[in-house]
Design a protein around this ligand. Structure first.
Ligand code: ADP
Ligand code: ADP
Length: 224
């Protein structure tokens, strides 16, 4: 079974007295896992470490059996949608994905089929020739998911994806993530409790770098 195992992870940023992550241990298994916490709790830091964009000060991570220190192997199985992901606004949807497929070393003969299938999965087939700047916020987030899935990762990491979406788009986006979580690990960070309640009951709560709670949303409510 695919899992992410995080053991005693600590992250100190230079010049900061308090660590952004403080001895965090957590096992995340297949399906959707929600990471809750206020701004500054350490969510983005944890996600950047999981995607190898940043390194922990102490502790270890195994992702589907691979140590996080094997960065190339980890990157091959992680898709990441950062907060405020910026596409080139004048590219078309299809060109933006082609560009990312090239960067991800998707073989040229597979690119067309891969992109057509991604566009269908995120429901943007009709927008293939639309410029990114003309997309709605919800469409842009769905394009963000398509870009994160370009290398067919086992793990999808999504940072605060619903900020700035209207309620209807937010629900569509959650449902899409829930679909993807049927065959992958999806790690969703948010400060919006309802995003998580609607999609998973497996959550962790970060507060000032400490993992305060892991369990189900129902358990969280009885604790609170
Ligand atoms: P979030 O909304 O997740 O809290 P932040 O506003 O904390 O995001 O961070 C946005 C970007 O700024 C991130 O790339 C983060 O690494 C960087 N950043 C955040 N806080 C600091 C800081 N005190 N010093 C330097 N960079 C920071
Ligand atoms: P969250 O994503 O939950 O909002 P972050 O991981 O962005 O939290 O931030 C956790 C803490 O680490 C905050 O105090 C933030 O200011 C700090 N931080 C984040 N990125 C950096 C950075 N690049 N340099 C210094 N401090 C940072």
């Amino acid at each position: 079974m695919d899992t992410i195992q995080i053991n005693h992870l600590t992250k100190h940023y230079r010049g900061k007295d308090t660590p952004a992550l403080n001895d965090v241990s957590l096992t995340i298994s297949a399906g959707m896992f929600g990471l809750l916490g206020k701004n500054g709790a350490g969510k983005s830091t944890l996600m950047r470490i999981l995607t190898t964009l940043d390194q922990a000060t102490a502790g270890s991570i195994q992702m589907c059996g691979i140590p996080i220190t094997q960065r190339a192997a980890i990157r091959a199985q992680v898709g990441y949608l950062p907060q405020n992901f910026g596409f080139y606004p004048t590219m078309t949807v299809s060109d933006a994905l082609t560009y990312l497929a090239i960067l991800a070393h998707v073989p040229a003969r597979d690119q067309h089929r891969r992109i057509a299938s991604l566009l269908a999965q995120v429901n943007l087939t009709k927008q293939a020739r639309t410029k990114v700047k003309a997309l709605s916020g919800g469409m842009r987030q769905r394009l963000g998911i398509a870009q994160a899935l370009v290398n067919q990762p086992k793990v999808l990491i999504v940072d605060e994806p619903t900020a700035g979406l209207d309620p209807e788009e937010r629900i569509r986006f959650r449902n899409l993530l829930a679909e993807f979580a049927q065959e992958r690990i999806v790690l969703l960070s948010t400060h919006i409790v309802s995003d998580i309640e609607a999609t998973t009951n497996r959550i962790g709560v970060l507060d000032q770098g400490h993992l305060l709670f892991t369990g189900t949303t129902a358990q969280l409510q009885t604790q609170a």
